[in-house]
Write a protein that binds this ligand. Structure first.
Ligand code: 6OG
Length: 158
């Protein structure tokens, strides 16, 4: 039997820069990523995206400014869990990024992203996001370092 867990992942854009955070604990520790986490039972996906961004970076966004650009599905060899990650981007936000217990935020130029210290899937799908495309990406991992196979399908709308 398989079990799906729903997550959010938010990226803020400022001209040719993107805000990433270095994860300080838990799943994906020591990797740069966007900001996000589990959707709680009482909240919508958008509410979770806004909340997780604020908790992890202290940045504020309006729910209506988040653009859903991707669904990412992660499965792991011999693991029953499927991670369903909803990816959002926006250029409209308020605040100054602050380090929190979970993340250390930093702006990166989009031409100089730290892929060697990110999830291996990021290098495959970031180009779609940076070109403004919408897509569904499916990645099947063995452990946390090896992608056994993947697919990416562009979508007209999400
Ligand atoms: P917490 O454990 O912090 O939520 N996430 C991934 N992001 C990328 N780019 N690649 C992956 O490949 C990922 N697996 C999980 C979803 C975990 C956060 O990490 C994201 C969430 O934003 C396997 O609650």
């Amino acid at each position: 039997m398989s079990l799906t867990k729903l997550f959010t992942l938010v990226f803020l854009r400022k001209e040719d820069q993107i805000l990433l955070g270095l994860k300080k604990r838990g799943f994906g520790m020591n990797k740069w990523n966007g900001f996000g986490g589990k959707v709680e039972p009482h909240e919508t996906i958008i509410e979770a995206a806004v909340r997780e961004l604020s908790e992890e970076s202290r940045m504020t966004v309006k729910p209506s400014d988040l653009i859903n650009i991707a669904h990412l599905e992660f499965t792991f060899h011999e693991e029953p869990v499927m991670m369903d990650v909803r990816v959002f981007v926006t250029k409209t936000f308020e605040g100054t990024p602050k380090e929190t217990e979970e993340m250390a935020p930093k702006w990166f130029n989009i031409k100089d992203l730290p892929f060697s210290k990110m999830w291996p899937d990021d290098e495959i799908w970031f180009p779609y996001m940076l070109e403004g495309k919408k897509f569904v990406g499916k990645f099947h991992y063995k452990g946390f370092d090896t992608i056994l196979h993947h697919t990416i399908e562009e979508q007209e709308s999400m």
